[in-house]
Design a protein around this ligand. Sequence first.
Ligand code: MOS
Length: 696
Amino acid sequence: MTNLKIQAIGVPLDRIDGPKKVTGAATYAAEYHIDGMAYAFPVQSAIARGRITAIETEAARALPGVIAVVTHENAPRLASLSDARHVVLQSDAVAYYGQFVAVVVAETPEVARQAASLVTVRYEEQPHDVTLRFVRDDLIRPEVVNAGYATDTSSGDVETALAEAAVTLDATYTTPTYHNNPMEPHATIAAWDDGGVILYDANQGAQRIRDDVARVFGLPPERVRVISPYVGGAFGSKAFTHPHVVLATLAARVAGRPVKLALTRQQMFAVVGYRTPTIQRIRLGADGKGHLTAIAHHVVEQTAMIYEFAEQTAVATRMMYAAPNHQTSHRLARLDMPVPTIMRAPGEAPGMFALESAMDEMAIVCGLDPIEFRIRNEPATDPETGRPFSSRGVVACLREGAERFGWQPRDPTPGVRTDGEWLVGSGVALSTYPARRRPSSARVRLSPDGRYTVSLCASDMGTGAWTILTQIAADALEVPVERVRLEIGDSALPTAPIAGGSMGTTSWGEAIVVAARRLRATLHEKHGGVIPAEGIEVTGEADANPEAQQFSTHAFGAQFAEARVHRETGEVRVPRLLGVFGVGRVMNAKTARSQLIGGMTMGLSMALHEESVLDPRFGDFANHDFAGYHIATNADVGAVEAYWIDEDDPHLNAMGAKGIGEVGIVGTAAAIANAVYHATGIRVRDLPITLDKLLR
Ligand code: MOS
């Protein structure tokens, strides 16, 4: 790894895309207008499992302005059915409530929506199973869990260690279904032309959408172009290709017109993914001095009938704490439900709620301060792989956080601090998220006027990528940011991975650095430092991190929460959240802070508010809009402070960045649950922490 001359990196530069966004000049997918465009509105299944016996479309077709009604009976055949997530209108089978069963195309969105309501679908309903339970005789063992991690791990002898431990804990924690709910609903405009198709689409990676659409429609990838310069949030829900993208593309082909399909918030609850509910059993054993001797984490979660998605819930438990005996496992229930997907810190967010709640419980049993208990169990090397950590800021984050938060002196006795009618408590929990990168490429062009254009298919879903990639390019080129222009969000640009897994900055940034160095070398070695009349253009490719095999690479953090619980009503308030993170070098102090406090706020939302409520009679979510699905609002959020330690990690990438999109949500819910326990003496192991759980 080589060092950059750091000048622009780290500066709290305002968002380059900010003025366009606040003036409405940034065009989002649903805002493009194409001449001759028609509008699609889907029809969704009203059963969770069964077959369609008839679809009556006459009334819809008779409505003036209707162009087409497409069902499985008249839809063109797709070229590839290999990924069931992308298959729409190809058979009469229904695999989950809300699955697309028809789509209406009309001259206006209003007519399309009204016509969709006139389509009558008749079903032969079959019994469905939509309820996750810890004990089932049909749980499956996935081959691997998400991101390619091992399903189960084991070292030492957990059962013997637990039997011999001085102190043990055996507790089960549950997290509900969550929906990603980005501010911008998913939307796709599809326009066919000359045997190819252009999509304006809201996503986290235009090339993944391109490749999936190309495969599904039997097109060479170069005949599909996906344009997505501005994306209004995603949290994982726009990482994979969801069926509405295929539906829009199919509808446009049938209609012979460009077609816009903008999902409603309600529709999103069935078709663009959700975070699986989890049931997690944690067992811990410790000796008389508070050293862990055994850690076991067993997870039961769900997947769909049509596709296997296995959240990596217990993965963080493998590397958080030292103990000679370790065991983790994941099992899946296949249910008649929509396909789960990744949601901000898939795995770590629910898994660390359980582990960090359990660590708090265990610290109490051991009679130790929860900070001291964690420090006592810090591993010297990665407990799973034995590799050294490239850097591990846990202790520094805990110490600095304790200082800033005012942790000491803390009386551990629960339920004794009051402020009027409120019981007051504090809690702490750790955060973690892997620090990785994927292969990427980037192109840099130097124009005769001395300006640089940096191009790659990166994606900015609101994270700040437009800004920080410009900063990285400026430092790699050793020029001021004003001389760099960025092009992203278009599948026609050089190949780059999606914005996901907190790997955008690390992957794209590395490629930009490689390309920039190549350009500077070309300029100096071939042209003696003088820009030729035609300019210079080079492309650089960067691989995944070669040092990933030698080091254990993760971001860490420590989060502190103050909770207040009303003595009479059980109402919970969190006036203060404070996090200190070890995230490598920070690329932009302003956008980084936004990412971290955004993650923490989402963690608060996870702790207290969010829950998709399943109606098992139908297999759908009862609270499928913002009236019923409660996301933390301004009034729910008090002070949220995020800090980071100075961390120089030379083993990751040229920038020394770790990725910060996801670590902020990890641990927050546990810190709050731990604070609620400290306030009340009531341990809530079942999220969200609603007032009914605190009334005795
Ligand atoms: Mo993030 S859930 O990996 O998009």
